[in-house]
Design a protein around this ligand. Sequence first.
Ligand code: NAI
Length: 339
Amino acid sequence: MKSALKVGIVGLGRLGQRHAVNLAWHVPGATLNAACSPVAAERDWAAANLPELALYSDYTRMLEDASIDAVWLVTPTSLHADQIIAALRAGKHVFCEKPLSLDLAQCDRVIEVSAQYRHLQVMIGFVRRFDPSYRDAFDKIQEGAIGRSFMVRSQTCDKNDPDGFFVRFAPTSGGLFLDCSVHDIDLARWLLGNPRVTRVFASGTIAIHEGLRDCGDIDNGVAICEFEGGRIAVFQASRTMAHGHDTQTEVIGTAGALSVGRNPRANRVEIFDATGVRNECTPTFFERFEHAFLKEAEAFVASLNGGPPTGLTLDDAREATRIGIAMRESLTRGEAVNF
Ligand code: NAI
C-alpha cells in the first residue's frame, strides 16, 4: 500500500487552522507532519490542538525537512508567489490559498518555475469548485440541462464587521474585487466554458467603512465582464451585509437557468414568529463552505496520490487575477478596460 502523503501547513490564522484540522484528521491519504507560523501563539495552538507534529517558526527551515511531500500555504496573499516558488525548488507539491498573487508578473513567474518542475503539482484553492451544489450545477450544464449557458450573475457578500477588520486587511488583500470577486470570476469562467475575456467595467462605493478610502478600496462593488461569443457575467461584492454571509450564483442558458445558494440560510429551520417567517443566515464564508474546504483537500490529495486531476490550473488562477486587476483599474479610472 502507498504510504500517506506527508503535508506541512504554513499559516495558522483565520483559515489556516481550519485547513490544519482537516488535514490532521479528515483527509484520506494524507498526514499532517509539520506546521509553520512566525507567531508563537499560533504554534502553541498547533501544539495543543493538532496531533504530534514538527513546529517551525521559519518557512525556509520547514522546506529543508526532506520527509515533507507537500506544503499547504494559507498565508497572506502578498507572500504566495515567492512561497510557491521556494516550495517547488525544495521539491514539494503545493496547495496555496486564493488568489495566486495580486500581480500578473508574479503569476507568470510562478507558471514559469512550475513548468521546470513538471513532476510537482500546484493548485490554487478556488474552493467553490469543490462545493457539492456548484459541482452539481457544473455537471448539469455539461449535460445540457439549460441549453447553451451565456450569462452568470454571481455575488460574494460578507456580513458587516463593525470592528473594521476589512479596513486593516485591505492593504494586503488586493481590495474587494481581488479578494472577494476573484471567486466569482473563477466560477463564471468555469461555468461558461473558459471563454476569453474581452472587456470589463466596474463601479463601487463606500457605504460604511470610510477608512478604506486611504488605500483606494470600497466596501460595495459591481462589475460587468464581457467574454467572447456573447457570453457575459455580472458580479457583486460587499463587506456590509446586515443579515450574514450571502454568496449566490445564477447561470442563465438558452433553455433554462440554475441558481446556487439563492437563500443563504444557515440550515433548514424556518422560524415563524411576530416578525413573519424567516431563516437564520450563514454567518461567514466558513460555515457556507466548510464541506467544500474538506472536498477541496480530498481532491488535491487524491490527485497527488495518483487520482484524477482536479481540473484547476495555474492558468485559471492567473486569469482570475488578470480580470480582478482589470476590475480594480476600471473602478479607479471610471472607464471600461478592453483586453
Ligand atoms: P490570517 O492573517 O488570519 O492568517 C495568515 C497566517 O499566515 C497567519 O498564521 C500568519 O502567522 C501566517 N504568516 C504570516 N507571514 C508568514 C510567513 N512569512 N511565513 C509563514 N507564515 C506566515 O489570514 P487568513 O484570513 O487566514 O487568509 C490567508 C489566505 O487565505 C489569504 O490568501 C486569503 O486570501 C485566503 N482566504 C481564502 C478564503 C477562501 O474562501 N478560499 C477565505 C479566507 C481567506
